[in-house]
Design a protein. Structure first.
Length: 497
């Protein structure tokens, strides 16, 4: 059986801890490979390689860094099909969705290629007699990324291209559930000419995570995952003196006002709730139907939901693939099966779905729950699967209270034809990303991604200008060059006049 090892110091390295975990094909349920779990000593080796490489890479020219990133961008674009196939094989998402993931990762690579513009400092001349003040940004050192299973290529590329472009070196700990994409990215970086040790990959579980959080040579750490783990990563990492950005979970609401185009809203709800099998932190998992829109909207969503084609990710006819693991599938199904007992109306029940000939795959169909009580588990919890809850609100104000009452604040959306209502919503919604007639408002690469409340721990959003600020430290330099005509010694305190 195939064994997936680490990437340390510019080369593939076999695991030495004696521990490993299974990697499954979600479409069949069969184990396809095993991945080595790094020991603390192996994490130390990756960090040591990164620290050694930083001595040269951290002072390298912007021209050298961007040349590597431009080459990486071309290699990745040429191999996008290969990366997508690895994602489909281990995560299960359909091939078109996997290609979209690679495209969004490429977007951040392209932003990183423009790092000279993003790293430009500021200069104030003649702040006092012959004194100038400059602000510059410098890399922080060795940085780490801990990334989730749902986007095994895109989320790492939300981190390492900017980190490396800023002059840092990087240690990636991807999800052990679908680890192969990160290995291919490492190979492409090496082929692009990235020096050995600048980018490293260690696979593993809590032992590897904890060692990265505690390691004295790791200066900063980025994380994307569930809220409980994000909180743990943030508190542990910062207690060890690290800069940490930790992105957590979500329960994203889509507010549908009475004047909305209900066909467009239904299309958007189905796409945003069931795309990637609902395994994304920006999925719409709760629709708030305002006024008398609820019955018609639910009918339209149900009609579309029943037509979603579910099958293996490598089948071009499939629109949704399986869930990542059998255990996760069973957990998601449990929310649907328990919904009626907690007062919801199960309009579409996908828990009995299977694919003929692949009955052992991690299959579940799409589910639609209507009139979901806000006290129910299906509404309160992040399900992270293809389950859409519909709640009813009499007024706009009541709907906004539902949106803002969530402990999460990742993303939200409003569907309306009224510009005034849309403007009011974008100001009143307590979420980091807001869509107006856009169900999944993930920002483009030159803006930054991040939520509020329990969806983000730390001061910086990810990628964009916030990413540059996170991966660099500011320094202010005050300079005075004496004029040849100057003379004598002045012991007075310098002033700005």
């Amino acid at each position: 059986m195939k064994t997936i090892g680490h990437w340390i110091g510019g080369k593939a390295v076999e695991g030495a801890s004696g521990r490993s975990g299974p990697v499954y094909d979600p479409a069949t349920g069969a184990q396809a490979a095993e991945v080595a779990f790094a020991s603390a000593a192996e994490v130390d080796a990756a960090v040591a390689a990164a620290r050694e490489a930083f001595a040269e890479w951290g002072v390298s020219s912007l021209a050298r860094r961007t040349a590597v990133l431009f080459r990486f961008r071309e290699l990745l674009a040429a191999r996008r099909e290969d990366v997508a196939r690895l994602i489909t094989a281990e995560h299960g998402k359909v091939h078109s969705d996997a290609l979209g993931e690679v495209a969004r990762g490429l977007e951040i690579v392209e932003v990183a290629c423009g790092i000279p513009q993003l790293l430009k400092g500021e200069l104030s001349t003649q702040v006092s007699t012959r004194i100038d003040v400059a602000s510059i940004r410098q890399p922080v050192g060795v940085v780490a990324g801990i990334t989730p299973f749902n986007f095994p290529a895109m989320v790492p590329m939300w981190m390492f291209p900017l980190a490396i472009a800023c002059g840092n070196t990087f240690v990636l700990k991807p999800s052990e559930k679908d680890p192969s994409a990160s290995g291919l990215l490492a190979e492409l970086l090496a082929e692009a000419g990235l020096p050995e040790g600048v980018f490293n990959v260690v696979h593993g579980d809590k032992e590897a995570v904890d060692r990265l959080l505690e390691h004295p040579d790791v200066a900063a750490l980025s994380f994307v995952g569930s809220t409980p783990i994000a909180r743990y990563v943030f508190t542990t990492g910062t207690s060890h003196g690290k800069r940490v950005q930790a992105l957590g979970g979500a329960k994203n609401h889509m507010l549908v006002l009475p004047d909305a185009d209900l066909d467009a809203a239904a299309d958007a709800a189905v796409s945003a709730a069931y795309g990637s099998a609902g395994e994304r932190c920006m999925a719409v998992s709760a629709v708030v139907a305002v006024g008398d829109t609820g019955d018609e909207l639910v009918t339209k969503i149900a009609e579309r939901a029943r037509k979603v084609r579910i099958g293996p990710g490598d089948d071009p006819d499939s629109e949704m693939g399986p869930l990542i693991t059998r255990e996760h599938r069973d957990k998601v199904a449990g929310y649907v099966r328990g919904a009626a007992a907690q007062g919801a109306e199960v309009v579409v029940d996908g828990t009995g779905y299977t694919v003929p000939g692949r009955e052992d795959g991690h299959w579940i169909g799409v589910s639609l729950l209507d009139r979901v009580p806000v006290e129910s588990d299906a509404y309160r919890d992040e399900i992270f699967g293809p389950v859409l809850c519909v709640v009813r609100a009499e007024t706009y104000e009541e709907g906004v209270r539902l949106v803002n009452g969530s402990p999460w604040g990742n993303g939200t959306a409003v569907f309306t034809r009224d510009g005034g209502a849309a403007r009011r919503f974008q100001l009143e919604a307590t979420a980091g990303m807001v869509g107006v007639n856009v169900p999944i408002p993930v920002p483009v690469g030159y803006h930054s991604f991040g939520g509020w409340k329990d969806s983000l721990f730390g001061d910086h959003h990810i990628y964009g200008e916030d990413g540059v600020r996170f991966y660099t430290r500011a320094k202010v330099v005050t300079t005075r060059w004496p004029d040849p005509a100057d003379g004598g010694v002045d012991l007075g305190f310098p002033t700005s006049r």
